[in-house]
Design a protein around this ligand. Sequence first.
Ligand SMILES: [Mg+2]
Length: 233
Amino acid sequence: MRAHRLVLWDIDHTLVDYTGLGIGWYGSALAAATGAEFRTHPDFGGRTERAITADVLALHGIEPDEETIQRMWRELIAAVDRARDTLAESGRALDGAAAVLADLAGTDGIVQSLITGNLPEISRHKLAALGLDEHLDLDIGGYGSLSARRSDLVPHAVKAAETKHGTEFPAESVVILGDTPHDIEAALDYGAVAIGVATGRFSAEQLTDAGAHLVLPDLADLPAVRAAVLGQP
Ligand SMILES: [Mg+2]
């Protein structure tokens, strides 16, 4: 039987590890956009850029209005642009990520894209630097500019995929993989299949407790990842 799946990947700590870079980028973006000195930051894990940016501004006593948020994002994108040549050295693709993306791309009926808290431009840079952009459809997907709530990204991504590929993806054919309870919650809110990948700071037990249908220790075991993505109802 032909597989029919929309597979939506998280980026950070699911496919790649750029630990520590985001804080530096936010520091330079805050200084450039507002003149404020970066003193503190909110939790970044599994949250969207819209949520994080609003919190960073508020924590520095700056009103997070849309104009300031957009100015911060222009500076964030500029900071990542400046870092492009050294991105590959500052991060790493997680074990098995490249092989899994390529394998699923070669499986009939599968469309792969993103549900990520990152901005689209930054998503592209992070993945391209490590050679992981080839098999993901980055024209569609749900990105962190859309909403402070990760769950809001999912219907947007599914609709974009349906429009582009001219087919319907019922909720049970949508598979979302991520490393935080926020990823799991976003999947469950939509009625999608929620697969935890325990390569971030949350344990398999914590992701199971968050409601994941299945948790993988990492992406290294290709048959196991394939079975997880294709095997759910
Ligand atoms: Mg993540």
